[in-house]
Design a protein around this ligand. Structure first.
Ligand SMILES: Cc1ncc(COP(=O)(O)O)c(C=O)c1O
Length: 394
């Protein structure tokens, strides 16, 4: 089976050298030297300050909310935060876990990120924050979100789980907002097996979070907050250091797959439009929205029969999940996109990418020429195969 994503395993000898160091020092956790080294190297690589490593991307979100005072645990009235329904469940479940009610806005129909226009109408006096997601590594409309947040006194916590290394107008996309949470799960290009980080705008917030991830302890004999254990271990940091050393090898097949899909599907308006000002990509996902849900199922089924995995990232739209939203009306654009979107296989090499594209072409021709999106021409441009160019499909 061609997997939708293949975790990157770095050179074993290099990893062993880091592990030897851990054995020699006998220091396994609690902000050890490898965690410190990875912190500095990531700050340098990403071009950010105030980065804190944690145990997962989900914990990064939870700790960021707490550090910025976004918590429902202080009792009524019930705090809420505005977020997008088109995302992984952790964006909203982490809010709920912290006692904060997620309130779902809608997405922009082209960038597929939270539409800033949908924020203000949902703000109440119990809304301390907005949690937009840089979906699939695309940038949210960060300027418009900042403006609306300023007008309504909201904290902005970006879910940047997909945005590792993405640059926006000459700087890291992760430097926007009061905080940005990143995931280093094994499915991501840069990973620490399990892990994550928070990039804070202000040092004071970083320092508060540093205590929160260590049980709320501010010194050997001092407990100054109700905290949690969200620390990254030395073993996870060792994997991160190895992957960072080999990031180019890890990104290369993903980048090639991304560009091959992009070229083959370019004129089909069923792809996410990159936000103006975004300079690169994290190359973790390649999402495509098909004509409608039946066509998406047909395509997924045919890919599966050809031993090719494609995943429904992200379905269902979270406002349809009763555990996360009991009463509010559904967001139309997010629901529509979630119903017909698939992510294609990334990073298993050029031959696999070509096989995905060839199967897609057969499927799209076989489904009676119903191709592409509602808005677009539906024509998929040809590849190097002259026969397929004549067809106008890859
Ligand atoms: C948008 C988004 N937010 C949060 C997370 C949670 O990250 P983790 O799996 O590291 O906890 C993910 C995981 O992929 C994600 O896609």
């Amino acid at each position: 089976m061609i997997p939708v994503s293949r975790p990157y395993l770095p050179d074993r000898k290099k990893l062993d050298a880091y592990l030897d160091g851990i054995y020699e020092r006998n220091r396994l956790s609690n902000n050890g030297p490898l965690v410190q080294e990875l912190t500095h190297r990531l700050e340098e690589f990403l071009g950010v300050e105030h980065l804190l490593l944690v145990g997962s991307g989900t914990l990064a979100l939870q700790v960021a909310y707490r550090a910025l005072g976004v918590s429902g645990n202080a009792g009524p009235p019930q705090a809420n935060a505005i977020t997008t329904p088109l995302t992984f469940v952790a964006t909203a479940s982490s809010l709920k876990w912290e006692g904060v009610e997620p309130v779902f806005g809608d997405v922009d129909g082209e960038t597929w990120c939270l539409d800033p226009v949908s924020i203000a109408p949902r703000v109440t006096r119990d809304t301390p924050a907005v949690v937009p997601v840089h979906l699939f590594g695309n940038a949210c409309d960060v300027e418009a979100i900042e403006q609306v947040a300023r007008e309504h006194g909201l904290r902005v916590i970006y879910d940047g789980a997909h945005a590792f290394g993405v640059r926006y107008r000459g700087a890291s996309l992760l430097s926007w907002g009061d905080a940005a949470a990143i995931s280093f799960h094994a499915t991501k290009a840069f990973h620490t097996v399990e892990g994550g980080a928070i990039v804070f705008r202000h040092k004071a917030d970083l320092e508060r979070a540093r205590e929160l991830i260590n049980f709320g302890q501010s010194g050997p004999d001092r407990i100054s907050a109700v905290g949690v254990n969200a620390k990254m271990s030395e073993f996870h940091a060792a994997m991160g250091l190895c992957v960072l050393d080999e990031l180019e090898e890890c990104l290369k097949p993903r980048r090639e797959a991304w560009h091959a899909y992009e070229t083959a599907l370019r004129d089909c308006a069923c792809m996410q439009r990159r936000q103006t000002g975004v300079e690169n990509n994290s190359y973790v996902y390649f999402p495509v929205a098909f004509e409608d849900e039946p066509q998406m199922h047909f395509i997924r089924g045919t890919l599966e029969k050809a031993n090719i995995q494609a995943r429904r990232y992200f379905f269902p739209a979270l406002d349809r999940v009763p555990e996360l939203n009991t009463s509010r009306p559904f967001s139309e654009r997010a629901g529509d996109l979630a119903s017909r979107m698939l992510c294609l296989s990334m990073g298993s090499g050029a031959a696999d990418t070509q096989r995905v594209l060839e199967t897609l072409r057969e499927v799209l021709v076989g489904s009676g020429g119903r191709r592409g999106s509602r808005q677009g021409t539906g024509e998929l441009p040809g590849t190097t195969d002259p026969a397929s160019q004549a067809d106008g499909v890859p």
